[in-house]
Design a protein around this ligand. Sequence first.
Ligand SMILES: [Ca+2]
Ligand SMILES: [Ca+2]
Ligand SMILES: [Ca+2]
Length: 212
Amino acid sequence: MNHIKSHQTQTGFSLVEMAIVLAIVALLLGSLLPTISGQIEQQRRNETRKYMDEVRDALLGYAIAHKHLPCPDTNDDGLENTPCVASQVGTLPYKDLGVTDKDANGVVLIYAVTAGFADGATPFTLTTTGTMIVCPSAATCPATYLTNNAVAVIISRGANWATASSADELENTNGDTKFVSHDFVQNGFDDLVVWLSPNTLFNRMVAAGQLP
Ligand SMILES: [Ca+2]
Ligand SMILES: [Ca+2]
Ligand SMILES: [Ca+2]
């Protein structure tokens, strides 16, 4: 008798307990998942930053070896498309540079270069000027800029590469010579932008005995 009663009580209590436990688990998962996905995104951003530093070094090495930079890839085969006209925007010619093809989000970087620095027939000199502009905001570009004479620009479109729609992110994908770089905004701007200044390039070229 006692045994049956106790069994019944326990069963009833277990169901309530299960419901409470499930509710707690749901609450915990709900609060943990955004944190975990935020950490994964942060890690991918760190990996992408490292990758972009490597790409920048590869561009400098390519310039030293060839006396010009590669043209952008415009048909998605990882190889440059020559000749490049004016200020050409395309994707990174990762095969020419010998680097990994994609960033940590699985996307090939955007690559833009001033044509005067990517001309194999007429090598650039210490007076060749860059034409790429990087601004802190699309709204005030190019009046307010971070640089207005960059030789080349590389861009990672971040985790939202397929759905980006902010004015600042659109400026990075509209194919002209203006780009936007600013701090990460949660659920907003997550592009990473790295540019090559003519002074950095000249410095490396002179140090390597390839200029003047
Ligand atoms: Ca190509
Ligand atoms: Ca983005
Ligand atoms: Ca633009």
